[in-house]
Design a protein around this ligand. Structure first.
Ligand code: DAH
Length: 345
């Protein structure tokens, strides 16, 4: 009688377990049921322990039933676990899926600094006339920066350049790219068509139009029979290429110790078209560069015979050209490394 009851209980236990497993919503719930039925204090385990209290002759029979029930429960667990596991995997796959059709993320791309870009554009334009880029040193000697360019020590013309000196006697930070003229004359034989872009330094109080560091491009042409007319023609072509064919240009008399005669080269104001506005101080003109015929003394400094060779030279501020091209009104932007500025180029 007791045996019959035990069998029935075990059958019920099996059915209940199977129904519970089928109802388990996820793997965590199933794990809890596993413990509840088969764990150390699980329902089936408790029954199994109870077998010891049965009369010895009943034990094998009950043992067989208990084992069969246990196998059934274990099999049901494995099956349900597989089903829930697949479902969990599928839902993960669904939520973590990689959409291979999504467009990629664009890597941030740098751009050339506006000064470099403008200097290259200047080189490109003069390059079309056969001018080749050269480089001079930023730490220059007094001799080449001044004396060989016809600016003797203590000459009042030195006041044109507020100079930064270095701790070595006779050396300074070049105040302009003009000393490159001397170096090119010594390195090459005429005909010479040289362009010298580079950084220059001056002792300045910094404001919107003055920096202690800035860039210039120097030009030098030397040949037999070179004239001021050649210079004018070349600069007109440059202005047309850089600022547009419709712009008027003019020469004004100027003064530089290393050229004779010296001129300032003006282009019709790119803002007002020559009418007169604040950008051109109401003159209608903007001065682009200084230029002139290379002084005979400078030709001699370069080891050339002024009776045989003539040449012209010019020097322009790259920031000035860039300001006009991009409507920038403050030099300080160029050296501030502010991405809000630089990203616009
Ligand atoms: N070196 C001059 C300056 O820094 C610019 C210049 C003027 C260069 C006339 C030249 C030139 O070659 O002929 O102000």
């Amino acid at each position: 009688m007791e045996l019959q009851e035990l069998r029935r209980d075990l059958e019920r236990l099996r059915e209940r377990a199977l129904a519970d497993f089928a109802a388990a919503p996820d793997l965590a719930a199933l794990d809890a049921l596993d413990v509840a039925y088969l764990g150390k204090k699980g329902e089936l385990t408790v029954v199994l322990r109870g077998i010891g209290a049965l009369p010895p002759e009943d034990r094998p029979q009950v043992g067989a039933v208990v084992n069969a029930v246990r196998s059934a429960i274990e099999a049901a667990l494995v099956e349900r676990r597989a089903i829930l596991g697949t479902a969990a995997l599928e839902s993960r796959l669904g939520s973590e899926a990689v959409d291979v059709t999504t467009p990629g993320r664009r890597p941030p791309r740098g751009s050339r600094h506006p000064i470099v870009e403008t200097a290259r554009e200047i080189s490109r334009i003069f390059g079309q006339f056969g001018f080749v880029d050269y480089e001079g040193p930023e730490v220059e000697d007094d001799l080449t920066n001044f004396q060989l360019l016809n600016i003797p020590p203590d000459h009042p013309a030195r006041d044109l350049w507020d100079t930064l000196y270095v701790d070595i006697e006779g050396y300074l930070l070049r105040t302009h790219t003009s000393p490159g003229q001397i170096r090119v004359m010594h390195a090459e034989r005429p005909p010479i068509r040289a362009l010298l872009p580079g950084r220059c330094f001056r002792y300045e109080a910094i404001d919107a139009s003055h920096q202690t560091e800035f860039f210039q491009v120097e030009g030098l042409m030397i040949d037999e029979g070179t004239t001021l007319g050649d210079l004018r023609g070349l600069l007109d072509q440059f202005a047309a290429a850089m600022f547009g064919r419709d712009k008027r240009t003019r020469f004004r008399p100027g003064y530089y110790p290393f050229t004779e005669p010296s001129v300032a080269f003006d282009v019709e104001c790119v803002v007002c078209g020559g009418v007169g506005c604040p950008a051109c101080s109401r003159t209608g003109w903007m001065t682009i560069l200084g230029a002139g015929m290379v002084h005979p003394v400078v030709l001699q400094s370069g080891g050339l015979d002024p009776e045989r060779y003539q040449g012209f030279a010019f020097g322009m501020g790259v920031e000035r050209i860039s300001n006009l091209r991009h409507a920038v009104n403050d030099l300080r932007y160029y050296l501030e490394d502010d991405l809000r500025f630089l990203e616009q180029f």
